[in-house]
Design a protein around this ligand. Structure first.
Ligand code: FAD
Length: 453
């Protein structure tokens, strides 16, 4: 093949990149990323994501330069830009990673049709964004995807994991392929980023992964739910943008070492949600298993939840962590999501949208389907479970360290007292508000609504 194009999407890395490795086999190749106008116009590209993305693109550019290439960055409609460059450089084959959203499926279909008309091939690479290609595993019932995690995990864990691919040593660009500067985040979106946003890019992601495998993973199985311990990998934004390969992480995990099996199991959750979204793309917006909820509409409660002012310290701490870091601990995500959907009985889509606006790892498959899992409209086999914020706080933040870090107004309350400020300050204290709702009462109402239906 004389000229190939590597069309980067959510695989912004040079290590273990099937798209790049295949395109680099050609005599000449064009590495391209298109800032698609549709994506830029949606809620998806929040200030946090834009900042992470531009850092990842700059880092990818550097990575490609080390092999003699560079990244071409274009703005506009992806299919149109690809076709234009295909004609300009007489590209024979375009390589792209398989993805699962309705948008990416549409993009792939349009590319296939329009490239065929231009006499150019399209090769879609599986195992680039996920470990197992969505649809590769199907249950014996004949369904096209798994709806329950445990049997999926059982099968997934038996799959052979391919060996990670090396960085291409030499990239030869077609004559005249100039580079454009990677845009600034402010060119893409306006608005402030979270002050403690992690640095984007493959280099930062690999450094974090190296430290994770060197030592931190060993306590993961025992401490991943310890809110103050902060003992999870924090690799999620790097996985979302493909600065790290999930396959490589699984490959590097020595399953006999402490913590590794628990960590790899979480990566399986990621694949699980991707295969669900691939099979049911509409679940990005609609219930996976509808129960015809009639969600409350209560803008004041929604605003209190969004701004970390519900009066429930464990909930508010999570929401403040999200705003400050563009990331939230998984246990906090579950507690805050349960509070929104089952204590306040507000629509999961409201919460998912707010998360998407701040999470650097905000991911259609993982965000929407985790929200649905918590809301009881998704894959949870116990859809009516309600997380009690007080019990969760006592269990996962037993001495209140996590809450104390994010809610200094309550720092004077000792130990677990911090989880129940209303016992001492029924009307709030130091600017921290009173409870907007009594959880016990609200959960009873919620159960009543459920029974009623
Ligand atoms: P670790 O505990 O170190 O796990 C390693 C990796 O496994 C993560 O980086 C992630 O890629 C994957 N993973 C872990 N838990 C899950 C899970 N439950 N579902 C899918 N993948 C998982 N994760 C996202 O990547 N993007 C999201 O937008 C997102 N939204 C969420 C919304 C809600 C309401 C909930 C309950 C969970 C959400 N998660 C999401 C899953 C999970 O909370 C994060 O992946 C995790 O907190 C990231 O931190 P970490 O990298 O330290 O995770």
């Amino acid at each position: 093949m004389a000229v190939a194009m590597a069309l980067f999407t959510r695989d912004l890395r040079v290590h273990d990149n099937p798209v790049l490795a295949a395109a680099a086999q050609a005599a000449e190749m064009l590495p391209l990323f298109v800032l698609d106008k549709t994506i830029c116009a949606t809620d998806y590209l929040s200030p946090n994501k834009a900042a992470f993305l531009v850092a990842a693109l700059a880092d990818l550019n550097e990575g490609l330069r080390r092999s003699g290439g560079h990244l071409m960055v274009r703005h506009g409609d992806t299919v149109r830009e690809v076709c234009r460059l295909v004609r300009q450089y007489a590209v024979d084959e375009v390589h792209i990673a398989e993805d699962v959203s309705a948008y990416s499926r549409r993009r792939e279909d349009q590319l296939r049709t329009q490239l065929a008309a231009a006499n150019c091939g399209l090769r879609v690479h599986t195992g680039s964004i996920t470990v197992a290609a969505p649809g590769r595993l199907t249950p014996s019932s004949g369904r096209d995807h798994f709806a329950v995690f445990t049997p999926y995990h059982r099968r997934w864990a038996q799959l052979p994991v391919r060996t990670p691919l090396p960085v291409p040593q030499h990239i030869r660009l077609p004559h005249g392929a100039g580079s454009e500067p990677v845009p600034a985040a402010t060119d893409l979106t306006t608005g402030a980023t979270s002050p403690e946003l992690p640095p984007g890019g493959e280099t930062a992601g690999r450094r974090l992964a190296r430290d994770w495998f060197r030592e931190d993973i060993s306590t993961y199985a025992d401490r991943h739910d310890d809110l103050a311990g902060d003992a999870t990998s924090r690799l999620s934004p790097y996985l979302h943008f493909g600065c790290l390969s999930a396959t490589e992480l699984v490959h590097r995990s020595d399953l006999s070492a402490p913590g590794a099996a628990a960590f790899v199991r979480q990566l399986c959750w990621r694949d699980f949600h991707h295969q669900m979204l691939a099979a049911r793309p509409e679940t990005a917006h609609s219930d996976y298993r509808t129960r015809n909820d009639h969600w409350h509409v209560d803008t004041a409660s929604l605003a209190a939840w969004q701004t970390g002012r519900t009066g429930y310290p464990i909930v508010d701490a999570g929401m403040r962590q999200l705003a400050a870091q563009g990331w939230m601990h998984n246990r906090s995500r579950m507690i805050t999501a349960s509070f929104l959907t089952k204590t306040l009985y507000l629509d999961w889509r409201r919460g998912a949208k707010h998360f998407m606006g701040l999470l650097a790892d905000g991911d259609l498959a993982n965000n929407q389907l985790n929200w649905q899992w918590v809301a009881g409209t998704g894959a949870d086999t116990r859809p009516n479970r309600v997380l009690n914020p007080i019990r969760q706080a006592d269990r996962y933040d037993p001495d209140g360290t996590y809450v104390r870090r994010w809610i200094p107004e309550l720092a004077h309350l000792r130990g677990r007292d911090i989880h129940r400020p209303w016992r001492w300050h029924a009307d709030g204290v130091g600017g921290y508000p009173a409870r907007i709702v009594d959880h016990e009462q609200a959960a009873c109402d919620f159960a009543g609504i459920r029974q009623h239906e």
